[in-house]
Design a protein around this ligand. Structure first.
Ligand SMILES: [Zn+2]
Length: 331
């Protein structure tokens, strides 16, 4: 029996705890992105739900008509193994990625990859009326979104000259799909002199360094093939082209174990940025904390005292985010 070492790269499961932005219907969040998003091409894999060997069907409205369809389980969201250049040109790379090959061969069963995006955000703690809480606090969260939302952000960036450093107000329009309406804030709260250091420190200490994992799951080709085999098997059962498998035995359930071994959303600080991730290193380089301890409670209290219980939303004279471009470029 081979030995194995306790190393992260040897983990079969890549469950990653990510502090994701999640909102309830109509809930608002005021946020700011200090850096650009990352993206990855990912396959969203689904397969017919099979209960006691029988496919489950549901009625859905499609273009005004009710149709009966197979109910699909979410299986996994692997990062496409295709070549980035090919994907940018063709949107699919069957030569390099087994899921793309499956999508080409059986488009009804496997979808071609889509781009998914992930962005580190600072979320301000706000009162019900949207104003900042006192004392000020904020948290680092990761926002994953689709091509449609990316398009909305491009519109905002085009209209207002960039997203980085600009307060955004998100309102949840669809809780199930975590879809948000996005508008810009009238002011960029993080630029307020009483809150800026806290925002930057929160970002530096908690932003997720490897945003890939928030877009999809890094997989090796043989794992992906195993998942695809299981999906094919479930489609064969659903469409009656395979004998009904005993769901309690054999390959199918093995396959399902691996299928459901998906990224679990959870709570967690994602960790300290790793070396080799240029931007975040640069950010850390601006951290005085490397040389000294974080501000003490006395410092913070002193600041509050001398700041005379100022409204934390108070912004410096300069309110245009372009005045802060130097600061952001050092992050
Ligand atoms: Zn692919």
């Amino acid at each position: 029996m081979p030995e194995i070492d306790f190393k992260p790269e040897l983990r079969r499961s890549q469950n990653v705890d990510i502090n994701r932005l999640r909102l309830k219907k109509d809930e608002k969040a005021r946020v700011v992105a200090l850096k650009k998003p990352a993206y990855a091409w990912v396959h969203t894999l689904r397969a017919p739900k099979i209960v006691n060997g029988v496919p489950v069907k549901v009625k859905r409205e499609r273009r005004g008509a009710m149709v009966e369809e197979f109910d699909l389980d979410f299986v996994a969201r692997p990062i496409c193994l295709g070549d980035l250049g090919t994907l940018a040109d063709e949107g699919i790379d069957p030569k390099n990625c087994p899921a793309c090959a499956a999508a080409k061969k059986s488009p009804d069963e496997v979808a071609p990859p889509d781009r998914r995006f992930a962005l580190n955000l600072i979320r301000y703690s706000t009162r019900a009326d949207g104003s900042l809480t006192t004392p000020f606090s904020c948290s680092a969260v990761v926002w994953s979104f689709t091509e449609k939302t990316f398009g909305k952000l491009v519109d905002i960036a085009t209209e207002h000259g960039g997203i980085e450093g600009r307060d955004l107000i998100l309102t949840c329009s669809n809780e199930g799909f975590q879809q948000f309406d996005v508008v810009t804030g009238g002011r960029n709260y993080w630029q307020g002199e009483n809150v800026r250091d806290i925002v930057l420190e929160t970002y530096k200490s908690n932003a997720l360094a490897d945003l890939d994992v928030a877009c999809g799951r890094n997989v090796e080709a043989h794992w992906l093939k195993k998942d695809l085999d299981s999906i094919r098997e479930r489609w064969a059962i659903a469409t009656g082209t395979a004998s009904i498998a005993d769901p309690s035995s054999g390959n199918l359930s093995d396959g399902l174990d691996s299928l459901f071994d998906t990224v679990t959303p959870g709570v967690e600080p994602a960790g300290v940025p790793r070396s080799g991730t240029g931007d975040v290193d640069a950010l850390l380089g601006t951290t005085p904390a490397e040389e000294g301890p974080a501000p003490s409670m006395q410092d913070i209290l002193a600041r509050t005292d001398s700041g005379a219980a100022e409204d934390p939303t108070k912004i410096n004279k300069q309110t245009d985010s372009t005045d802060y471009s130097d600061l952001l470029s050092k992050l």
